[in-house]
Design a protein around this ligand. Structure first.
Ligand code: GTP
Ligand code: MG
Length: 200
């Protein structure tokens, strides 16, 4: 697929489904990129920024807004998947257990998963739960986004990047720092997945 087709794709996203139970997951379709991370780090905001939409994915000041797995279709060719956030202390144990079963069912069995964008707050990256998620992803391809980079000075950004390691990308939904670069990387993933599916 040509690069300009992807630009068109990212601007034509549509909400398709919100899924609250493993049994409700739609059958695998086109390649998917999932967004995972702690509650309130800006997963839904990042999806909106990448799609150039103000409020397609619901965002909130209240942690724990996204409780379901939300699927966004890109013209039938790819999907972006907004996962509910983890690590919000006030969530009752029963809800946490439900998150676990839902998200693990998704991440472990999704044959069409092209990769996972792991979003961490640039001010507090690599919390124990983040490390747990990263370990759990095993050999699933991932991109680390350091969100809310606009809250850090240049020097702090550089220090954070160094601490997390070279593969992370500083990102801000507010200033759009890192948005184009991130989109380019995801296009590469989706492109590759599409080629594997239909070799020429
Ligand atoms: P859950 O669905 O609860 O897991 O949260 P989420 O990770 O989807 O976060 P969401 O996108 O709803 O954003 C949470 C809060 O952070 C909102 O008040 C956003 O406006 C704010 N926010 C998100 N991204 C940024 C960013 O890049 N910079 C700043 N300054 N604020 C941001
Ligand atoms: Mg959300």
């Amino acid at each position: 697929m040509e690069r300009r087709d992807f630009i068109r794709l990212f601007s034509q996203a549509q909400f398709v489904a919100a899924v609250g139970r493993p049994e409700g997951l739609p059958p695998p379709g086109p390649p998917e990129v999932a967004f995972a991370g702690r509650s309130n780090v800006g997963k839904s905001s990042a999806i909106n920024a990448l799609l150039g939409r103000r409020s397609l994915a619901r965002t909130s000041k209240t942690p724990g807004r996204t409780q379901t797995i939300n699927f966004y279709d890109l013209d039938g060719v790819a999907q972006l998947v907004d996962l509910p956030g983890y690590g919000y202390a006030r969530v009752p144990q029963a809800v946490r257990a439900q998150w676990q079963s839902l998200v693990s069912a998704y991440l472990q069995d999704r044959t069409t998963l092209a990769g996972v964008v792991v979003i961490m707050d640039a001010r507090h990256p690599l919390t124990p739960l983040d490390r747990q998620l990263l370990a759990w992803l095993g050999d699933i391809r991932r991109l680390l986004l350091l969100s809310k980079a606009d809250k850090l000075s240049r020097a702090e950004q550089a220090a954070t990047l160094k601490r997390v390691g070279g593969e992370a990308l500083l990102f801000s939904s507010v200033t759009r720092q890192g948005v184009e670069e991130c989109r380019g990387l995801l296009e590469g993933w989706l492109q590759q997945a599409a080629e594997i599916k239909s070799p020429r």
